[in-house]
Design a protein around this ligand. Structure first.
Ligand SMILES: *Cc1c(COP(=O)(O)O)cnc(C)c1O
Length: 854
């Protein structure tokens, strides 16, 4: 007998009455996680419970004894602090924001931000790593800036795994079950108190989905959950684990996120006009939006699609194809067969949406390709990654030169208040005033870092380093306890690391491209560096490998084994179970953050930015964000961005570069102390780093950029196409159809540019182009010259587009267009003519197949 069906259920909630009731509100809004006074308040409730619950106030409030609560109400100091935090909270929730001030409420923008993971706090385990933490920081800054945005994701029963190492250092995985009722989650219910649910059809099975809400400041985040009794056990597993399971599981999760996500919003009465796909996992959302519009307005797929595309944004995070989801046709048929037929698409039309070359039947269905086809705005997450992405996806725009591929970049950032230590935040407020909290993007403000006395900045940083060392020892002791070490061994853990030694941090996913063991190529040299009696150096490692990644686990095992060798024993520590709490301690306490990805495989990386805010210095390969951050005086670059074909050679060169930098620059600078024990040169570098990096690499800057460069333009395009019952979208689809039918007549007949072999700089060159247009009228096209300097292979680089004017019709559908080319640089130039369709209202429109070069 299945007992679970007979159990009557109810939820017990803590009884916090009167003056303490506000604690409940605070615990259920993650605003507290980036407000140090609120954190302090929860710690004061019970410091042991705070540790035991992994810093989870909701759970704490559930276990606190009545006597403790009574004691708190009687504690004047506590009650005064509670009052202060309450006022701050109300001030935050109701204050005027950047978005209000800048756009004055005149833009009814509504953004929905979709992501497979969200890293908000260690107590809410719905993330695995960088992608999730970025999504969490995005929501927090959207809240600070007042962007009208909601988040959509999945609620995993087990989240990502917890890591511990066995006695050999081999990674073990634990999957503790989350208790949703002890997390800051609220099940969404209707007026009758019944859970709000939506349904999905997966391979003929009905799947019921319930919706939970996490409040992140002003921003609601809705998380979908299939763990309902009505569901087939197979489908209850869809939200069991983040990145667990096989492709069959992955596609169901992505259908849930994209299609289920749109349905959930619709069910909740939220009607976004801009949808942002954080990575390709969410790309199915555009299909569901299209389907809704088709039903509502009685339209065909291509018509509704035009409007949806205008209101869709895609951010790619992966510079390697292996990191992107590809699904075989039979899997799509199983789960989306009925769905695409309902959209009025043939099997081939549907599959071609996910192929770079639409006609290639051997290509599998790629989620990033689907996202690129269905989004009007796409971006990579650093300038370098933007470049890499344009090359990676150029097959989708076969008629465009690389630099015109419409994938731009918005460089990542971090949420300042989440990652900054309390000590550093206090120091900044003393010398910069309070404004860095509201507007950390003001670079003039950060110039004032120069006014911080060296000794104060140094003491502040030293306190954070000490705390990191204490934290590392405690975690090491926990580990030793776990593996059954002797009392003596455990006691010795108090001797590892030196709170005053130069401390290097290295923490990240243990994917092989991040090259966690680069430092260990020459063990003798490393041992000499670390054990110099006068100038000791120590390294703290942390990070998880994906459960199936044996190579990644092997890297961890090797580092762990080295940490046991006598010569490294007190100098290298591996902290288990990397999460946001470990990350916070590390980024706040290290002197140097080491980053060694194989260029250009790190799309951005964000942990180094967290370090920069706390006064640590970056030492990194010129990959991801670092080419934008590095200025010569604010940290170190490993190499100059070279890429060799032989990876082993690359590893050798770069590991030597690391040793050289450490021996010749980093260590001498750190230990060059004045009579007061303060390293002036090092502090100059710290200050340069704070001044140059803080105004740029925050999510405040990043989300503003998304708002100005992506959300608002996308909103305007949506408004144009979706207005009047999608009249313009219908018209655009029809117009594109006509253009496709007529375009074969467009040809460049001849081009004349009577120029001598050498042209003086700036002298205009007259150009005449004869173009055959057939029955297309000349103001339905735009004819341009594309002119620029030639590289050694004869390609135009950094070219400029200059439109030509229609001069006359010459009969027989042939037209003369004329204009001038202007040169702005010396050197070998070339130019081409290109013809593109021009919509009467929307202007030039790029559409695959509708572009001619001559
Ligand atoms: C910031 C952060 C990351 C991102 O790390 P990168 O290696 O810089 O991409 C990953 N995991 C956690 C827990 C983080 O806090």
């Amino acid at each position: 007998m299945d007992f679970t069906k007979r159990i009557h259920r109810f939820t017990v909630v803590p009884s916090l009455s009167g003056e303490l009731a506000i604690l409940q509100t605070l615990a259920y809004n993650l605003w507290w996680t980036w407000e140090p006074d609120a954190v302090e308040l929860f710690k004061r409730l019970d410091i042991d419970l705070w540790q035991q619950t992994r810093h989870n106030p909701v759970e704490m409030l559930g276990i606190l004894q009545q006597t403790t609560l009574e004691r708190l109400v009687a504690d004047e100091g506590f009650m005064a602090q509670l009052k202060r935090v309450e006022e701050k909270y109300h001030g935050y929730m109701t204050g005027k924001t950047w978005f209000d001030r800048t756009w004055n409420g005149e833009r009814p923008l509504r953004v929905a931000y979709f992501s497979m993971e969200f890293g908000l706090h260690e107590s809410v385990p719905t993330y695995s790593g960088g992608l999730g933490v970025l999504a969490g920081d995005h929501l927090k800054s959207a809240s600070d800036l007042g962007i009208p945005l909601v988040g959509i994701g999945l609620l995993y029963r087990q989240g990502y795994f917890r890591q511990y190492l066995n006695i050999e250092g081999w990674q073990q995985e634990l999957y503790p079950e989350n208790d949703f009722y002890n997390l800051p989650l609220k099940l969404q219910r209707d007026e009758e108190g019944q859970p709000v649910t939506i349904e999905l059809d997966l391979a003929g099975r009905k799947v019921h989905v319930q919706i939970w809400k996490v409040q992140v400041g002003r921003i609601p985040l809705y998380l979908l959950d299939t763990n309902m009794e009505e569901n087939d056990p197979l489908d209850r597993e869809i939200t069991a684990q983040l990145y667990g399971g096989d492709q069959d599981m992955r596609i169901r999760q992505e259908i849930l996120l994209g299609i289920g996500g749109i349905r959930a919003l619709n069910r909740l009465g939220i009607d976004p006009n801009v949808c942002h796909m954080n990575e390709g996992h969410a790309a199915f959302l555009a299909l569901e939006r299209t389907k809704l519009l088709m039903e509502k307005h009685g339209l065909r797929f291509p018509e509704a699609m035009e409007a949806v595309r205008a209101g869709t944004i895609f951010t790619t995070h992966t510079p390697v194809d292996a990191g992107i989801d590809h699904f075989p046709a039979d899997l799509l048929e199983r789960y989306l067969g009925r769905y695409y037929r309902f959209l009025g698409l043939s099997r081939d039309e549907f599959l071609s949406l996910g192929r770079q070359l639409p006609k290639n039947p051997h290509e599998s269905f790629c989620m990033a390709v689907l996202a690129l086809r269905l989004a009007n705005h796409a971006n990579g997450v650093s300038q370098l990654h933007g470049e890499v992405s344009r090359k990676m996806w150029k097959n989708l725009w076969p008629e465009l030169p690389d630099e015109h591929i419409p994938i731009t970049s918005v460089t990542n950032g971090v949420h300042t208040k989440t990652w900054l230590s309390v000590e550093m935040a206090g120091l900044l407020t003393r010398y910069l005033g309070n404004r860095w909290r509201e507007d950390p993007t003001d670079s003039l403000l950060w110039k004032r870092v120069a006014n911080i006395p060296d000794s104060e900045l140094w003491r502040t940083h030293e306190r954070c380093r000490e705390r990191l060392v204490v934290f590392a020892r405690r975690r090491l002791k926990d580990h030793l306890h776990q593996v059954g070490a002797t009392a003596k061994e455990i006691a010795q853990a108090d001797e590892v690391l030196d709170p005053e030694a130069l401390t290097i941090g290295f923490a990240r996913r243990f994917a092989t491209y991040k090259r966690g063991t680069l430092l260990f190529r020459d063990l003798d040299r490393l041992a000499r560096i670390l054990n110099d009696a006068d100038r000791p150096v120590q390294i703290i490692f942390s990070g998880k490998a994906h459960p199936h990644d044996v190579e990644g686990k092997e890297l961890i095992r090797r580092i762990f084994q080295h940490s046991l060798e006598a010569r490294f024993h007190n100098r290298i520590v591996f902290i288990e179970d990397y999460d946001m709490a470990v990350a916070r301690h590390l980024v706040q306490g290290v002197d140097v953050w080491l980053n060694t990805p194989l260029r250009p495989l790190e799309a951005s990386g964000t942990s180094g930015m967290k370090v920069a805010f706390n006064g640590g210095l970056n030492m990194s390969v010129l990959d991801g964000w670092w080419p934008e951050g590095y200025r010569g005086n604010n940290g170190w670059a490993i190499g100059k961005g070279e890429v060799y074909d032989d990876i082993d050679f690359q590893n050798e060169v770069e590991s030597r570069a690391i040793y050289d930098l450490l021996e010749k620059e980093v260590i001498p600078l750190f230990y060059d102390r004045g009579p007061d024990g303060i390293p002036r040169g090092w502090l100059a570098c710290m200050k340069a780093s704070l001044q140059t990096l803080c105004p740029v690499f925050s999510t405040e800057r990043m989300v503003k950029e998304y708002a100005e460069r992506m959300y608002l333009p996308s909103f305007e395009e949506w408004r144009t196409l979706a207005g009047d019952g999608l009249a313009r979208a219908v018209d655009l689809a029809r117009w594109k159809g006509e253009m496709h039918r007529s375009w074969h007549q467009v040809k460049v007949i001849s081009v004349e540019a009577p120029a001598p072999e050498e042209v003086p700089l700036g002298a205009p060159i007259p150009v005449t182009a004869r173009i055959a247009l057939g029955d297309i009228v000349p103001d339905r096209v735009i004819v341009e010259t594309y002119c620029g300097v030639l590289d050694s292979r004869g390609n135009i680089v950094g070219g400029e587009l200059i439109p030509l004017d229609h001069a006359e019709e010459e009969g027989g559908g042939s037209h003369r267009f004329t204009g001038d080319i202007e040169t702005r640089f010396c050197g070998r130039h070339g130019f081409m003519i290109r013809v593109m369709p021009r919509h009467p209202e929307l202007g030039p429109v790029y559409e695959q197949g509708l572009l001619v070069w001559g």
